[in-house]
Design a protein around this ligand. Structure first.
Ligand code: HEM
Length: 391
């Protein structure tokens, strides 16, 4: 077993003024075994950077997703995410077999076929945003005017959440995922969203509609309290992540215009940007060996999906944008039982967003130098706070 002395103290590392993962990841990956990092509140965790090791962590049953275990690598006291004991139905924080009950109920709603049926709706949403941008003049903030409203409009319609409340839940989600928020602010944001959804469920009980929330209520597969947690998870997971991928995707595609119109860009952009690098957190519940390193029961593990997606052993010349490579084995959506439930939806949204945006606004360009763009260095999700564009 390899014992590693190196301890990264300024973790999470910062991306270097561009949409690509922090340069330190390559150095960490080159070390034998695993490397330890110290989180802001002093807790140490194991960083996992090799593609093969990340997949091992995400599939080993001796490693748990449950944040109530001692040693779980929360960023801050709550980690920005509630635990299933606080929010019943928060199944991303559960282990099998408990997790499977929720996952099985939801899978039929997110199959390739279901998402195909949604495509005309997604197209209408995207066209509506492009119409609004064109009507407003010849410049826009692509995040506020396009990248964020598209997935927000789609997920709210799918769930049955009123889009009119988007300012509320988008702001609360920003608080939840930001390192700049205090623990109290994050806890309050989580409680506000939960209270809002609980009220919505009461309304749907009185007046069911043709939406996922009403269907889940009618199926009676979970309690209303569990349903609140499930809807909260889908609402939070369903907009900010995709928005970041759309805005970063536009930046990368504008400097690789030879690929415009090719649907293979979607998988490669997901790999290249890996926005949810710090999302899949774990803790060992038994001793386990990962990448030649003994990880003891009770030790936290951070499988860095961006590092795995830039491992040259899995993707040749990983920093190169090459949609022709077969990147489907990337782990941008995680791996194993918790692999992203919304991935088919994301692929459809990104494909339709890029096709429509670049065909309807062919002269689109970024209205600021790349180094001046406000990248998100302050939260668990990487992305852009704003993206000034003109045409
Ligand atoms: C580009 C956008 C997205 C990325 C990069 C992303 C990434 C991820 C990752 C890495 C995980 C694994 C977490 C873990 O293992 O602990 C995950 C899980 C999950 N994602 Fe996504 N996600 C995206 C969009 C979405 C959307 C649109 C939805 C909503 C429908 C969604 C719903 C979920 C849910 C419910 C889980 C938990 C699944 C489970 O525990 O079984 N995600 N996502």
């Amino acid at each position: 077993m390899t014992s590693v002395e190196q301890n990264i103290v300024d973790f999470p590392s910062r991306r270097a003024g561009c949409p690509f993962p922090p340069p330190e990841y390559a150095e960490i990956r080159a070390q034998p075994g695993l490397v330890k990092a110290t989180l802001s509140e002093g807790r140490t965790v194991w960083l996992v950077t090799r593609h093969e090791d990340v997949r091992t962590v995400l599939t080993d049953r001796r490693i748990s997703s449950n944040p109530t275990h001692d040693g779980f690598p929360n960023f801050g006291r709550t980690g920005g995410v509630p635990a299933p004991d606080q929010v019943p139905g928060w199944f991303v924080g559960m282990d099998p077999p408990e997790h499977g009950r929720f996952r099985k109920t939801l899978i039929p709603e997110f199959t390739v076929r279901k998402i195909k049926e949604l495509r005309p709706h997604i197209q209408r949403v995207v066209d509506g945003r492009v119409d609004a941008m064109l009507a407003a003049g010849n410049s826009a903030d692509l995040v506020a005017d396009f990248a964020l409203p598209v997935p927000s409009l789609v997920i709210t319609a799918l769930l049955g959440v009123p889009y009119a409340d988007h300012d509320f839940f988008e702001a609360k989600t920003r608080t939840l995922v930001s390192f700049a928020s205090t623990d109290d602010e994050r806890e309050a944001a989580g409680k506000h969203i939960l209270r809002y959804i609980t009220r919505l469920i009461t309304l749907k009980q009185q007046r069911p509609a043709d939406d996922l929330l009403s269907r889940l209520l009618a199926s009676a597969t979970m309690t209303p309290q569990e349903l609140s947690g499930v809807v909260m998870l889908l609402l939070i997971a369903g907009h900010e992540t995709t928005a970041n991928n759309i805005s970063l995707g536009v930046v990368t595609l504008l400097s690789h215009q030879e690929w415009l119109g090719d649907t293979r860009v979607v998988e490669e952009l997901l790999r290249l940007h890996s926005v949810a690098d710090l999302v899949a957190l774990r803790v060992a519940v038994e001793d386990v060996e990962i990448g030649g390193q003994l990880v003891k029961a009770g030790e936290g593990i951070v499988p860095l999906v961006a590092a795995a997606n830039h491992d040259a052993d899995a993707f040749a010349c990983p920093a190169r944008f090459d949609p022709a490579r077969a990147a489907r084995h990337h782990v941008a959506f995680g791996y194993g039982v918790h692999q992203c439930l919304g991935q088919n939806l994301v692929r459809a949204e990104m494909e339709i967003a890029f096709q429509t945006l670049f065909s309807r606004i062919p002269t689109l360009e970024i209205a600021a130098p790349l180094e001046d763009l406000p990248f998100k260095y302050d939260g668990v999700l990487f992305g852009l706070h704003a993206l000034p564009v003109k045409w």
